[in-house]
Ligand binder design. Sequence first.
Ligand code: SIN
Length: 294
Amino acid sequence: MSDSIHMRHNGPRIRLQEQAGAPYETITVDRLTPMIGAEIGGVDLARPTNRQMDEIHRALAEHCVIFFRDQHLTQEQHLDFGRQFGPLHLHPAAPHEPGHPELMIITADKDSPRANGEGWHSDVSCDEEPPLGSILYVKECPPAGGDTIFANMYAAYDALSDRMKTYLEGLRALHDGEDNYRGTYANFGVQDRKTYPRALHPVVRTHPVTGRKALFVNKGFTRRIMDIPADESLGILAYLYEHMANPLFQCRFRWQANSIAFWDNRCVQHRAMWDYWPHRRYGNRVTVKGERPV
Ligand code: SIN
């Protein structure tokens, strides 16, 4: 059951979902904002019980991105936690830990030419079946900075005008990994592939668990909306990117060593802050395979 609150703010109509579900019994859930994000407590992800896992699934569906503090997982335990949500995804380009292709390395330091995820994106949305979710475990943090910002794409969709929703209905967009990935990981010694994934996806997708509609175009991977003139596609995408970046849809997570963020790529975009040079940030991401967006 949910009650909706409508409010006018800065133009778009914002719809807050007030969850009135049953209380959680085996974990604690503290919202970061009414719109997105919750910090989960009372669980050791190295040994979650079945009931805790059920509630973590539910918290992810309700809050879109969930955070855990002070977790101490081996690489295997991190991978096992990811497998509880489905088979694991292999990144088409990024470096991984030796012997663990599913354990992506996410790091930047004083010698880095760039950091991962600096612009708004949904992970690997250029795949035919883009990832369901990503579980980033940060082990080393800079003294300040290196936050990640998350934005709720259900809320971004809900806040569109009815005319814009009608216009977007049935449109598909091209997502392409080429610009993002070619040469990007050369500093890690990664050789480029001949080609990188590209795929057509609906501009608005329906989440397979919640049944809610979410905006599914992002600056990182979406190149154009199909079957409309190129200049119209540019204009519509520019509008949607500005719209989805409204801070009302967002939460911002301040990392500490041994924190974990688990975001649902089907309804969330994120953006990492590289504001900590020359300091180092180091972590691993386990990514869970998803389904073809509909
Ligand atoms: C990413 O997975 O896009 C990187 C996120 C981050 O480093 O905070």
